[in-house]
Design a protein around this ligand. Sequence first.
Ligand SMILES: [Zn+2]
Length: 192
Amino acid sequence: MANEARPSPYVIGTVSGLPAGLRVLGSEAVWKTLERVPDPEIPVLSIVDLGIVRGVEWRGDELVVTVTPTYSGCPATELIMSDIGRALESAGFAKHRLEIRLSPTWTTDWIAADAQARLADYGVAPPGAKTAATTHLIDATALSRRDKGPSVRCPRCGSLHTRELSRFGSTPCKAQYRCDDCLEPFDYFKPH
Ligand SMILES: [Zn+2]
């Protein structure tokens, strides 16, 4: 993956007293390390794919990594933070600090575009699927359904004839759905 294609939240930090080239290399190495940290709930996505790493910054000789959890109180946050800490340490970034930033709140827009497709392959409906389906609200078949709110698109067959079975799927961040057409159960990654 080309580094140039990275989205805006990436912050290139500064290291005082180091040549410019090294400065960039240092941040690149940090990002590469973070890209190998899987999200505990969706292992096909890294925490960078998910967009929860908001910044990598050098303050003096200390590396500061800023993280915005998918929602405040997400039970996976502590696990994610310790995973990040472990990954940074084993990559040689011993002096680091992790900061949680709750505002602005995480949005599904922060999920990398290519990661949305991997999410669907994994059998989890991408969070954007719900928004994309809102136009079907005026559909008569949708109106006759018991479920209120927009449909979630089935990640396997693409059908919008899906229903929520449980507000909580395999993890608290996901809801359990089933497709009425292909009958496949799937997880919907809830946007918060
Ligand atoms: Zn289906």
